[in-house]
Design a protein around this ligand. Structure first.
Ligand code: HEM
Length: 147
């Protein structure tokens, strides 16, 4: 696998970074929408507009870019022959956490769609910080490769 993918290393890295940018944009914007959405009365036009914005953001940006990050990341790990390296194992731990958070966002989005949101503005404001913190840890790990 490594011999086959090594010549594509830079292409895969470029595609990986493009996908990461799109995923992070969505992962930072979606909880921000929840912060505003949770203060709007269900059944109003404004409420439904938030539902539509969240649904499109999830379907068009967040879901496809997460899949692309995983596909290009895995191919890149083969191309760079990086599977045995501890920094990658640590990075994967945080990427799994980011993916689990993605799953939670998906659930909360569906709760809003059914007018069954149970969380407060303060909750979403706090949750909004988590993808940023994970992203900083991941980028430090992959660029500095401290171990
Ligand atoms: C889904 C699982 C992922 C895998 C298997 C993976 C794997 C990799 C590998 C092997 C590299 C090449 C490192 C090198 O050769 O120097 C890389 C680069 C990179 N990854 Fe990931 N990655 C994943 C997800 C992510 C996520 C979620 C982020 C950010 C939030 C991210 C950010 C980056 C960045 C910025 C680079 C470029 C680093 C450089 O050029 O030195 N990756 N990734």
């Amino acid at each position: 696998m490594t011999e086959m993918l090594a010549p594509l290393y830079l292409w895969l890295k470029a595609l990986h970074i493009i996908a990461v940018i799109a995923w992070m944009a969505g992962m930072l914007y979606l909880p921000r929408l929840f912060v505003y959405h949770c203060e709007v009365e269900p059944g109003t036009g404004e409420y439904d507009r938030f539902v539509l914005m969240e649904k499109r953001l999830m379907r068009i940006i967040v879901n496809p870019s997460m899949i692309a990050v995983w596909i290009f990341g895995i191919l890149l790990a083969f191309a760079a022959d990086a599977w045995g390296q501890p920094w990658l194992h640590a990075k994967l731990l945080f990427v799994v956490a980011l993916s689990a958070l993605h799953g939670m966002f998906s659930r909360w989005r569906r709760d809003f769609e059914r007018s069954q949101n149970t969380h407060s503005r303060r909750f979403y404001r706090t949750v909004n910080e988590v993808p940023a913190v994970l992203m900083v840890l991941i980028v430090f790990l992959v660029v500095l490769k401290p171990f």
